[in-house]
Write a protein that binds this ligand. Structure first.
Ligand code: UGA
Length: 441
């Protein structure tokens, strides 16, 4: 059944949710304060790279099921269910999440609502946020208009956003009334038909499920990374170790990729935000545990820089290093808290002539790190290099031909910061191959 939906905030999450809700058959209006972004989206132009999304936005602006606006009044007039998809960045002066955009969005909406409405949070927030929003609703909802807050956390990954939204592994619905649950089940009735698990729960549990999922993923990666350090100290091989652990169905192989650590706009800030919440609520064991995960993850970046320095003979001053990858992971042009870009910047600080190539993220990376040198091709990056450093495992970089690259470099040394290359293939082509947690042959 079709529902009138609004999506507030047109970042990765908002645009994906809006286009996918239109794909499910709903009438969707997406709102943002940024007029230039809204104009571009209305023309079917995305302000970021996300596979499949631009086509979906164009399809549904054409069907008329997806519209874009900068008018909150229009949002309130057209929709009954309002999904809040604004950012919750790390606070500038602390570890916690800044929820001020969520609060402002809800307050702006409340001023214009004229009929019964459901406000559904999708942003990742500290537990207790929905409760606080309910108090804002009690205070500021127009008299006689019934408004309720629900929470429906999002689990999509950048680079897979459309597929993750249209075929999620589970849907979590945090509600405080049966009516709100019924409205959300109608929004997601296609998933009910597809037998996708739908968990209906209370507001704090729904909020916490999302934070816990990201903290768990971050912890799993970090476990692989600290094991990589132990492998280096003992001569063991972290890739074989992860493969063996991964066959255990209780563990699973995904997110056991050791290397330069996790980054992006979500995992790092969500780990810190959960640590901050745990500290505020007096759960110090969790706060300490998560701070360790964060510190161990940041340490990976410096550890890989050290490995690069050692591979270059103890100093990188004036050494030409090809840094392949700048995005925080493949499939995106996002460089927020990117370990790849951080490693390149740290090498430059050590005096290296770091040359960076990324298939999609050069522009964002140059904006974030204007002093680094960016080039348009792998060949330009590796020409004359004394070390090739793989920092983001884009398929085109993983598939590089080591035989073809060899004549271009000054020294055939490669440091595989993502454990993504085939060591035998590179060694057979005459390269001196190193990777975190793998034995030096
Ligand atoms: C993450 C979660 O995976 C999503 O479920 C969640 O919805 C999203 O955050 C969010 O909160 O919005 P995303 O930030 O797109 O998604 O990135 P991930 O695919 O989780 O990767 C995060 C980082 O971990 C990347 O830097 C990646 O390179 C790194 N990683 C991942 C590893 O270092 N090793 C691995 O084995 C896997």
């Amino acid at each position: 059944m079709s529902t009138s939906i609004s999506v507030v905030g047109t970042g990765y999450l908002g645009v994906t949710h809006a286009a996918c809700m239109a794909e499910l058959g709903h009438e969707v209006i997406a709102y943002d304060v940024d007029a230039s972004k809204i104009d571009a989206l209305a023309e079917g132009v995305l302000p970021f790279f996300e596979p499949e999304l631009e086509g979906l936005v164009r399809r549904h602006t054409a069907t008329g099921r997806l519209r874009f606006t900068t008018s909150v009044a229009e949002v309130a007039e057209r929709a009954d269910v309002h999904f809040i998809c604004v950012g919750t960045p790390q606070q500038p002066d602390g570890l916690g999440a800044d929820t001020s955009h969520v609060e402002s969005a809800v307050l702006a909406l409340l001023g214009h609502l004229t009929r019964p409405s459901l406000i559904v949070g999708k942003s990742t927030v500290p537990v207790g946020t929905a409760d606080r929003l309910n108090r804002l609703v009690e205070r500021w909802a127009p008299p006689g208009v019934s408004v309720e807050v629900a929470w429906n956390p999002e689990f999509l990954r950048e680079g897979h956003a459309v597929r993750d939204t249209l075929a999620p592994e589970r849907v979590v619905l945090g509600v405080s009334s049966q009516e709100a649950g019924k409205v959300l089940l109608l929004v997601y009735d296609a998933f009910v038909v597809d037998d996708i698990p739908l968990l209906v729960t209370d507001l704090p549990t729904a909020e916490l499920i999302k934070s816990a999922a990201n903290a768990f993923l971050a912890t799993k990666i970090t476990f692989a990374n600290v094991m990589a350090e132990l492998c280096e100290a003992s001569g063991a091989d972290v890739v074989t170790l992860a493969d063996a652990l991964g066959f255990d169905s209780r563990i699973g192989r995904s997110f056991l990729g050791a290397g330069i650590g996790f980054g992006g706009g979500c995992l790092p800030k969500d780990v810190r935000a959960l640590a901050a919440t745990a500290g505020e609520l007096g759960v110090d064991t969790l706060a300490t545990f998560l701070r360790e995960v964060d510190a161990a993850n940041t340490h990976r970046r410096e550890a890989v820089v050290e490995a690069a320095v050692s591979q270059c003979g103890g100093t990188v001053t004036g050494t030409r290093i090809a840094c392949l990858g700048a995005a925080f992971k493949p499939g995106t042009d996002d460089v927020r808290d990117s370990p790849a870009l951080d490693v390149a910047a740290r090498l430059q600080l050590r005096g290296a002539d770091a040359v960076v190539y990324d298939p999609e993220a050069n522009q964002n990376a140059a904006h974030a790190c204007p002093t680094l040198r960016f080039v348009e091709t792998v060949d330009e990056a590796v020409d004359g290099a004394e070390l090739v450093l793989l920092l983001t495992e884009w398929p085109e970089l993983v598939a590089l031909d080591p035989c073809a690259l060899r004549p271009r470099v000054r020294s055939p040394r490669v440091l595989d910061g993502r454990n993504a290359l085939n060591p035998e293939r590179w060694r057979a082509a005459g390269w001196w191959y190193r990777a975190p947690g793998r034995p030096n042959i």
